[in-house]
Design a protein around this ligand. Structure first.
Ligand SMILES: N[C@@H](CCC(=O)N[C@@H](CS)C(=O)NCC(=O)O)C(=O)O
Length: 229
């Protein structure tokens, strides 16, 4: 395990699933260190213990539940873990809590994977597969419309009137809209929410964790969130 005086270590790469967690850590004002993970390269020490699925993000909390080391993988589980640890960004009452949980899981099971597949077939697949581009594209557009309607209903944030971990989960996947060939002009409530969330200082700090995308890709190194480059 990586030696540091910090309790929280995040195995991280600058991707939408990674940003969900750095945004959350910044919103909660929790000090953490970023253990860079270069996608497609030999994983760093301790990574597969924290993340048996072999994907980032994964969190190690040296002072976890009951005071012992806790590892958490899957970005939505990490957000929930941090929300419960700090008592922030998830409503304490059951109605509000389930609103947050539904939208958090909706993001993890729908918006994220469908956006990922659409991005892959649209931008990266060596072979152009029109059926796959159409299938995943249609589903991403449907999901954007679902989120737009929800935001029009709440008039504020994803799960209701309060900013929550559900917003932190959705935001990085809406950030990819241009790469997905979408315009937010088609989704007015989503567009307004996106501008509001993007302007949050903690969101900006979360997006530049580890020194930002360029630094992380060219010379990834262990980074302490208390020391900003
Ligand atoms: N459902 C997972 C998805 C994690 C995931 O797909 N991570 C990607 C980066 S965004 C990854 O680690 N890719 C590296 C690989 O597949 O080797 C989560 O939300 O944490």
């Amino acid at each position: 395990m990586i030696e540091s005086d910090l309790d929280l270590t995040l195995f991280y790469a600058p991707t939408p699933n990674g940003w969900k967690v750095t945004i959350c850590l910044e919103e909660m004002d929790l000090p953490y260190q970023v253990a860079p993970f270069k996608l497609g390269v030999e994983p760093p020490d301790g990574f597969l213990v924290a993340s048996p699925n072999g994907k980032i993000p994964a969190l190690v909390d040296r002072r976890g539940l009951g005071g012992s080391v806790q590892t958490v993988f899957e970005s939505a589980a990490i957000l929930l873990y941090l929300a419960e640890k700090t008592g922030q960004f998830v409503d304490p009452d059951p109605v509000g809590r389930y609103s947050v949980l539904q939208w958090l899981i909706w993001q993890a099971a729908g918006l994220g994977p469908m956006g990922g597949q659409h991005g892959h077939f649209l931008l990266y697949a060596a072979e152009k597969v029109p059926y796959a581009i159409r299938r995943y594209g249609d589903e991403v557009r449907r999901l954007y419309a679902v989120l737009d309607a929800q935001l029009a209903r709440t008039g504020a944030f994803v799960a209701g009137e309060n900013y929550s971990i559900a917003d932190m989960a959705c935001f990085p996947w809406i950030m990819t809209h241009k790469a997905q060939g979408l315009t937010l002009d088609d989704y007015p409530a989503l567009k307004a929410w996106f501008a509001l969330v993007r302007a949050r200082p903690a969101v900006q700090r979360g997006l530049s964790a580890g020194g930002g995308v360029e630094a992380m890709r060219s010379r990834p190194h262990l980074t302490d969130s208390r020391v900003r480059s």
